[in-house]
Design a protein around this ligand. Structure first.
Ligand SMILES: [Zn+2]
Length: 269
């Protein structure tokens, strides 16, 4: 089921859910770890703690730039190695940079002229409490590349448009059904993926952040903070596209336990 948070979302979720029944592209590529039991309990504790804690002091722009400069090369190297080792078939050479136009606290993965890029805004970095948090955000976005989430979502949207168009032909209502399909996740930075894709990115991101020498559990605390879903100029913030969710923290904990137990990533059969 798609997880959509805009007006008319129930209709879109129903349509997208229907698409998922007929398009195999909706599933994850890699197995998600079992995030129940002790991981779920520990996630609840960490989540509550993150909610209670005061937000970290806002970094100056120069301190945020320095944090990005420290973290980016390490995450890029670890992400590329993971991407190449998994033989995903995607272009593993991602361009990671600060999006200086973006005033919201946001980060995203997209393609620009066929080149995979990860962008993060300076206001987001200024609000991080540690290098681990920036590393986890960037590593999570790298997970969207390795999971081929943009390609899969485009296939779903296309299938939705075809199904919507076919339905519209049957019921004689032209615009809405097609518009419904094509409207999903149209702009970079505002893409809302299905929850299973987010969890897959968390699984991959945990491994990449760890390989880059960071603490993924510390880093994931960033996502547990309570913040507005949109910024002051109306654009999505990272919490709009990545709703805080205990299951995400539990997935990070479960993946870390797999790493500690030397359990590797497994493809979904
Ligand atoms: Zn994501």
């Amino acid at each position: 089921m798609m997880f959509l948070r805009s007006p008319g979302s129930s209709c879109r979720a129903l349509l997208a859910g229907g698409i998922c029944l007929v398009v195999s592209a909706c599933g994850t590529t890699y197995e998600l770890p079992d995030s129940g039991g002790v991981h779920s309990e520990e996630a609840a504790r960490l989540f509550a703690e993150a909610r209670r804690s005061p937000p970290p002091a806002t970094l100056s722009r120069s301190a945020a730039e320095a944090r990005f400069a420290r973290v980016e090369p390490r995450v890029m190297r670890a992400g590329r190695e993971t991407c190449q080792r998994l033989r995903t078939g995607v272009n593993c050479n991602v361009d990671i940079a600060i999006d200086r136009q973006m005033t919201e606290r946001n980060a995203y993965f997209t393609y620009q002229n066929g080149q995979p890029v990860i962008r993060i805004s300076l206001p987001l970095i200024q609000d991080t409490g540690s290098d681990d948090e920036v590393a986890f955000v960037l590593a999570h976005e790298y997970g969207h590349l390795i999971g081929r989430h943009v390609e899969k979502q485009q296939q779903q949207v296309l299938a939705g448009a075809l199904i919507g168009g076919a339905l519209a032909g049957l019921v004689g209502d032209s615009g809405d059904a097609v518009g419904l399909g094509l409207g999903v996740g149209a702009t970079a930075g505002g893409i809302v993926y299905s929850q299973s894709y987010e969890l897959e990115s968390d699984t991959l991101g945990t491994r990449i952040a760890y390989d880059a020498g960071y603490d993924p559990v510390e880093g994931a605390k960033f996502f547990a903070r309570s913040e507005a879903a949109t910024g002051t100029s109306g654009g999505y913030s990272i919490w709009g596209t990545h709703p805080p969710d205990r299951r995400r923290v539990a997935t990070v904990l479960a993946t870390k336990a797999q790493i500690d137990g030397q359990v590797g990533l497994r493809n979904v059969r």
